[in-house]
Design a protein around this ligand. Sequence first.
Ligand code: FES
Length: 348
Amino acid sequence: MEDHQSQAGLQSRSAPTPMSLLVRQIRFEAVGINSFELVHPTGEALPAVTAGAHIDMHLAGGVIRQYSLCNNPGERHRYVIAVLREEVGRGGSRLMHESLRVQDVVSVSQPRNNFSLISDAKKHILLAGGIGVTPLKAMAHYLESTGEDYELHYCAKGQEHAAFREEFAAQVEKGRVIFHFDGGNPRDGLDIVALLAAHVEGTHVYYCGPGGFMAACAKAAQHWPRGTVHFEHFKAPDPVKSEVVSVDAISDATSDAASEVAGGFSVQIASTGALIAIPDDKSIVEALADSGVVIETSCQSGLCGTCKLRYLSGEVDHRDFILSDDEHLEYLTACVSRPKSKLLVLDL
Ligand code: FES
């Protein structure tokens, strides 16, 4: 895809050209989990990555899914991802399991990283829930190779559900990787509260897993100093059930809605001054696209940060699961977040 001049007079931000990679190996790793090894068809080195990076897989029917790279980030001859087949998911994992075959050539984005290790940390605590182990496995490989202090706690239902057990054997032996099997009841697994009870200066924690695991880690680490807690969601958390709302709150909401209908929300392109209305039923990305301003997207769920835009003024209703509080002061994810003030000026 080439950049094009938009109706709003702005050079659109197009995605870097995807790579065509060969599926060299598909391996059973655990119940419901297959790993996929991707290589360059002619053996060329792949773009360098850092631990925690992910790629987009472009699947049949225009389906795009993000998967963390789980092999040693020092390897340039291959990318390895692992996919848990989810029967009730959006269908991406089923496509991966049912459609991809060894020797297929697949379209893969350039790697991106929103979940990096902190380079000056004295110790790294990695907490994995189920298939959330993938980015943390890459981190463990990296930290093992650099000799930095780390421990990886890998929580799973049982041995048969834990991927990469053979690969982790040496690190298990050294006490670096610790498996926690709970038989399906998290209360019988890792005591995350106890593990994170005391923060030792210079220690950073990183976690990734399903919704309940993420919530448990977030709660257990809430007293840790700002900037020491890092996480990556692999799917959007379930919406919080609405609580009983007071009459005052209802009337506030009604007047907000009324003002939205009356005046509406708009974004302004700082470089051109173009004003673009954001209707209720469209995201900022969609409204910009209607005006010819194409913003690169990937997950479209506020998870990956691909559509991250800088804003210069205005208030934002942040609805993503990726940006930190500090980043929210300057950036928004245009696929899910919305203007909260009448006018939001975008640094485009
Ligand atoms: S496209 Fe992934 S956060 Fe917007």
